[in-house]
Design a protein around this ligand. Structure first.
Ligand code: HEM
Length: 137
């Protein structure tokens, strides 16, 4: 089915439902990480209090999807890849991040086709964060 002109000109941020839906995905992502044994290794590398991370990841995703760019104003000169250089990310924690995010997106009201594209792009980024020395872990 052809996309309407309106859909073509809307940003992914608008198409997912804006900041409310982005925050819903982020909250579900951290709730899953915080509660499910499948994400124990990923949880272990995070600080005890996930509150600042909920705000930061939501802000980053808003901007990444073409919405408000506040996160980049608040983090001048920071790219999300370089923000992870000091974190020991291995295949296990990268895969857990990707899996929890895919689930959080799937459980949200985001259109499944758009959600799958988002999850795929984020999976590629999470894979790119794996440290060479830890890649085999
Ligand atoms: C596409 C993938 C990812 C995105 C978009 C992302 C996004 C973010 C953002 C926005 C921050 C906050 C930076 C700040 O406020 O200064 C952050 C911090 C962090 N990320 Fe990621 N991240 C990703 C993948 C991962 C993976 C695979 C791991 C696995 C270990 C990870 C672990 C962490 C940790 C430990 C922190 C610091 C949190 C804390 O202080 O508790 N991230 N990430």
């Amino acid at each position: 089915m052809a996309q309407s002109d309106e859909a073509v000109h809307r940003t992914p941020f608008e198409l997912v439902g804006g900041a409310t839906i982005v925050r819903q995905v982020v909250d579900r992502f951290y709730d899953l990480m915080d509660s499910e044994p499948a994400y124990t290794a990923l949880r272990a590398v995070h600080a005890a209090d996930l509150t600042p991370m909920r705000a930061s990841l939501a802000g980053f995703l808003n901007a990444w999807l073409g919405g408000p760019r506040d996160w980049f104003v608040e983090h001048p000169g920071v790219c999300v890849m370089s923000a992870h250089t000091r974190i020991a990310i291995n295949r296990e924690t990268s895969d857990q991040w990707t899996d929890a995010m895919r689930r959080a997106i799937q459980e949200s009201p985001i259109d499944p086709e758009l959600g799958a594209k988002m999850a795929e792009a984020l999976a590629g980024m999470a894979q790119g964060m794996i440290k060479r020395s830890a890649a085999a872990a």
